[in-house]
Write a protein that binds this ligand. Structure first.
Ligand code: FRU
Length: 495
């Protein structure tokens, strides 16, 4: 069930021109996949990209995502809607926003949501192409009521990019700050340099441009996508995707990085984040982009990202689907560094536990032939070296290898020996540094074709897709230098 040539005409064909028969066959093909996940949010068919509108409203968590349901390609986008009471079991709410308005006719692009009294405001980018396929961009709004009925606001919140900026102007985030609303948005100057702009409003309908957010002296590449500003312990943290950022300014290997800065304070008068850290990678793995964060009513700062990257082919493309969201993470600051931990709610997925321990030595099998839907916690003492082999087949020929060296505080994730290599042009290893000469604590969530590795309570995170063969369920450990111990839980399915 695959279309070999995804022409532009096909990708932008209206939703109702696809036959029910086509969608049924596609659904069947996707359901047969052995790479479907048990507790990650994934598309029923077609492509998922950015998380959108992550919020808490009317007693439930709401989360939308960028969807193109007819194939594993970037076509005519909509917002697909899910809701939850516990952040792990998500109820399917169907399409939230379809591209059915003259100002979003070529895609309901990314944005955010904010609860305002008894409604939820959805702020998004309406993507339009004219008859010459020139891009137009509108920042749009829609109101969702307590019955999840969504009504688009007819007039755009922002009708066009300001003078001096191109139509690469998208992904609005609306937040409440200093008794007004702010809208933070990704932009590109006419000189093709990435920027973040800030607007303000009292009414949520009339928006006044304040100017460019000042948060770094570093160059931001040619475009900034998906900026998200959160305040943690009152310090501003900006998470963003600087496309084309110079690799001399930031070491990264993914096609585009997802990055962050932490500042000391935010001055609205001058639009300045004072004393910003250098730009840093948010995630050290192979696949994370477009992370969105928000301050939940319970005081936690939560985030979720797209476990995928633009412009890369993935092995599930041939099955007619692509990508998932990451786990939901709680953000915190320690010594001015951002920590990311899976929200505690994921403990509710745990089923039977198996504890293990031993001396690091020759290859040992820690887990045998059960599905790759588990959480693993392992402590490795200082002055050890070794390798943890995840998603390994019985003979350990194919695997995802995690090499560690706690003496030097280094870890390398090696995807080169997996069954289905992909995106090799962007390198097959990712390395991470952490505090040397200390024990290492890893918390690893595996879910069939994704692996999220939290290092030392979230000091570093590596999010990576991996595509094992059906029987590659083993977990091996080898090394030297000390005693290890850990727990492994089977995780139940959610969704
Ligand atoms: C990031 C992005 C956004 C855009 C959306 C379109 O992945 O390119 O900038 O709004 O995806 O799907």
């Amino acid at each position: 069930m695959t279309i070999n040539e995804w022409t532009r005409a096909l990708r932008y064909q209206s939703y109702d021109s696809w036959s029910i028969d086509y969608l049924e066959k596609l659904t069947q093909s996707v359901q047969q996949s052995t790479w479907r996940m048990a507790y990650h949010i994934q598309p029923k068919t077609g492509l998922l990209n950015d998380p959108n509108g992550f919020s808490f409203f009317n007693g439930r968590w709401h989360l939308f995502y960028q969807a193109y349901p007819f194939g594993p390609v970037h076509g005519l986008k909509s917002w697909y809607h899910l809701s939850s009471t516990n952040l792990i079991d998500w109820q399917d709410e169907g399409y939230g926003l379809l591209p059915d308005h003259p100002m979003d006719s070529h895609g309901v692009y990314s944005g955010t949501a904010i609860a305002v009294e008894d409604q939820l405001l959805l702020a998004y980018t309406g993507n339009v192409r004219d008859e010459n396929w020139e891009r137009l961009t509108y920042q749009m709004g829609a109101w969702m009521d307590k019955n999840n009925q969504i009504q688009k606001i007819n007039q755009p919140l922002i009708p066009a990019p300001p003078a001096g900026y191109t139509t690469h102007f998208r992904d609005p985030q609306v937040i409440r700050y200093a008794e007004r609303y702010l809208l933070i948005i990704g932009a590109q100057t006419n000189q093709e340099e990435g920027r973040v702009l800030v607007y303000q409003s009292d009414t949520l309908t009339d928006w006044e441009l304040l100017g460019e957010l000042q948060f770094t002296d570093q160059s931001l590449g040619f475009m900034v996508e998906c900026p998200t500003l959160v305040f943690i312990d009152e310090k501003p943290v900006l998470i963003f995707c600087p496309q084309g950022m110079d690799k001399n300014d930031l070491a990264y290997q993914n096609i585009y990085p997802n990055t962050y800065i932490v500042g000391e304070s935010f001055d609205l008068e001058t639009l300045t984040i004072h004393n910003p850290s250098p730009i840093q990678n948010l995630d050290e793995g192979f696949d994370l982009y477009a992370t969105q964060g928000f301050c939940a009513p319970d005081g936690r700062i939560l985030s979720v990202g797209w476990a995928g990257l633009p412009e890369i082919e993935y092995p599930t493309d041939r099955e007619g689907w692509a990508h998932s969201l990451s786990l939901i993470r709680e953000l915190s600051l320690k010594d001015n560094r951002l920590y990311q931990q899976p929200v505690k709610e994921y403990e509710n997925l745990r089923q039977n536990v198996q504890s293990f321990n031993g001396e690091l030595s020759d290859l040992t099998c820690i887990k045998g032939n059960q599905k790759n839907t588990y959480e693993l916690e392992i402590d490795l003492p200082k002055a050890t070296t070794g390798t943890l082999y995840l998603f390994a087949d019985q003979t350990n020929k194919h695997h995802l290898a995690l090499h560690f060296d706690t003496k030097h505080g280094k870890m390398i994730l090696d995807r080169s020996q997996t069954d289905e290599p992909f995106a090799q042009a962007f390198g097959e290893t990712r390395s991470v540094d952490f505090t040397a000469n200390q024990s290492l604590q890893l918390q690893i969530f595996a879910d069939q074709s994704i692996c999220e590795i939290f290092v030392n309570n979230g000091e570093k995170v590596l999010t990576s897709r991996v595509f094992p063969t059906e029987n590659a369920h083993h977990l091996f450990l080898e090394g030297q230098g000390g005693h290890y111990e850990g727990n492994i839980w089977n995780l139940r399915s959610a969704l």
